[in-house]
Each structure stands twice: as structure tokens, then as C-alpha cells.
Design a binder for this molecule. Sequence first.
Ligand SMILES: Cc1ncc(COP(=O)(O)O)c(C=O)c1O
Length: 409
Amino acid sequence: MIDSKLIRKDFPMYENHITMQKHDLVYLDNASTTFKPYAVLKAEEEYNTRFTSNTHRGDYDLCFYNDTKLAEVRHTVAEFINANDDEVVFTSGTTMSINFVALGYAAKHLIKDDEILLSVSEHASNVLPWYRVSQITGCKIKFIPLENGRITPENVKKTLSKHTKIVAIAHVSNVLGYVNDIKAIAKVVHEAGAIIAVDGAQSVPHMKIDVKDLDIDFLSFSGHKMCGPTGTGVLYGKANLLEETDPVFGGGGMNVKFDTDVSVKYLSAPTKFEAGTLHLEGIYGLEAAVKYLDEIGMENIEVLEKNLRRYAISELKKVPDLVIYNEDAEAGIITFNKKGVFAQDLATYLNSKGIAVRSGQHCAKMLHHYLNEIATVRMSIYFYTTKEDIDALVNALKNGGHFLDAYFA
Ligand SMILES: Cc1ncc(COP(=O)(O)O)c(C=O)c1O
């Protein structure tokens, strides 16, 4: 069992945050980014203070050390999602990972009249790269209808056609928190001869992911949403697909040779995608984050978040005039509005009580058609969130006083 209160001692933000003079911090914006434990900070510092050097570019001990360590980190990350080491590419985050698939794979393979399937609940990072592919190749973008907010295998099947080449969807919606049945969806997609590219930004940090069991073709996720440093992320791709994917960036460290006749030979995957000097301190921080999460146990994290979500829903339902859009979702993301109060005003009011939530469209700018709301407030938890955090939110929502009453005047 995880004790969220005890675990907070691992997170310096709870002791040092800059808003400390004003109030305690109730941080409920973990879908946006997460706090970093000391272990991650130490790993980053060690790189800077004990073994700074580049990788694959030097014939001295420090370089050898980093070459070996980079391979070890790749192995740690690969094991975390049950991938092979050479199927793990280090990127700057989910956004870069998806762009690699879109521009490096899809733009190379798709032609006019081919189709890419998305959903209206996707984050901008899982929409705009595919729009680029459509602009480059002339392929079509189609949308899988949502079923009570979810992407179901049945609706995927209905939307697939003989022209569909790629289905690109989030494992967990960053607004609605529904966990899509990726295993069943992947089966349907593969039966139709297409591939599935999964945006794992909101799933990998919160549950055990096994890319082989789910039969995912490409998986993208971000380090900073799982206690790791910003500017780190991963692209997983099945080995044969990564081989068929072109690098989007060219530069040092990813080529075998190039010459004046404009010829170039790239290294094989994953190195061919990692052009230029890597964000090594971040990558080592990411490894520390993965080890930290592994030690706590992804299953434990999932259970804790489910229980906390259940508690949050039961308490939030007691708040008058609160509209919850995803009461039945599984992930620790709860999206709501207070009747008659504009979402951003509500978030600003909550901020005055030291409560950090997000308001607006949460980068999923097509979803408001579905929700029929221009903006919503989103609270999102992680394993260091406590019942007291939820209570603070609920109390603030119940006791808005003049501020919230003003709307009804
Ligand atoms: C579902 C989803 N996809 C993609 C992203 C983009 O992640 P990043 O900004 O780390 O690249 C986010 C970030 O909020 C997200 O929630």
C-alpha cells in the first residue's frame, strides 16, 4: 500500500514551492506535469557533477561511461514497457515522438486517398502532426465517433475502410480520463491491415503498459508526466516499423557516412532518430523516474488512483451546481464546471485558495463540440495526491461565497 502523505517527503516541491508564503499547495494538475522526486534530481545532478561528457563521440573514460550508461537506461525504459532495447527512441516528449511517426513514417508511406483515423478527443499533439501528413500526401483524416466519451473497438471497426493505414488515438483521454481498450482496438486495426499509433502520455505514467501484450505498433509518452524531467520522452516502435521510418532530424551521431555527392547512410534504429547531442541529464533523470515508479509498483499506483478518484467523485457530487463530465471514467482525471461560472474564473478562484487545477480546452480543441461546452475545469491526481487535497478542493467549491454567488445575482 502506498501512503501518499509519507511519499511526499520524496518531493521537494511540497517543501520549497514558491507560493509557500501565501498558502499550502494543493496540486491537482498532474495531467499537465508532475513533481520530481529527489532521486530524479540526484540523477541529473550526478551527470553534471560527476560524469559530464558526450556520448558516441570520445575515446576517453567519461565518454565510455556515458555510452554504457545510455545503453543501460534504454534497457531500463524498454523493460518498463516490455519492449526490446532497440525499439526505444529517446525524444523530447510525446509531441516529438508523434511527429516522428507522422513525418518519418506516415508521410513516407501514405498516398492520396489513404486514410488516418483520429478521434475528436485527441490532444493537439495527436492531431496536428497527422494534419501535416494529410497536407503533404493528400491522404484523408477521418474521425472515429465517441461512444459516451470512449473510443470503442466497435466504432473503430465501423470507421475503418480498405483505405485506412493508420489509427492514431490516445490510450487515455487527457480531458475525459477514459481508458480505451487498446488491446481490442489494436486487434480490429490489425485485422483491417492498418497500424495503431498510441498516444500514451496519460497512460504510461499511471498503469502497467506491456506493448507486446497490447500489440501496439507505435507508443509515445513524456518523461515529465511520470516524475521525470521536462524535455524527455520516448517513442516506442516495433523494430520493423522503426526500420521503415525515416529520421526527421539529421545531424551528428545518427549517420554512418555522407559525402559531396549528397549521399548519406544512416545508422540503424533507434540511433538514427537521435540526431545531435542528447539531453543526457534528462535521460538519466528519466531512468531514475522509471526506477522510482517501478519500486512503488505501477499496479499500486493504479489502485491508489482508482480509490482516490472514487472518493473524489463521491465528494464532488455533494457540491451544489457542479456538473461532472466523466463520472464513470477510470483514470484520475475529473472534468467539471460549476453551473453559471466560467471555467477560467473558477480556476482563478481555486488558485486564490492554493488549489492548482487547469481550465480551458486542455489542448483538445475539438472536444468542446462533443461536450457542448466552450471550457471546463480539470483536476488530475497522481500517487502523491491525498484525500486532504480532494477535501480542500471540495470545500473551496462548496464555499465560494460571494465570488461564486455573484454569478447568480
Ligand atoms: C494526451 C496527451 N497527448 C500529448 C500530450 C503532449 O505531451 P508533451 O507536451 O509532453 O509533448 C499531452 C500533454 O498534456 C497529453 O495529455
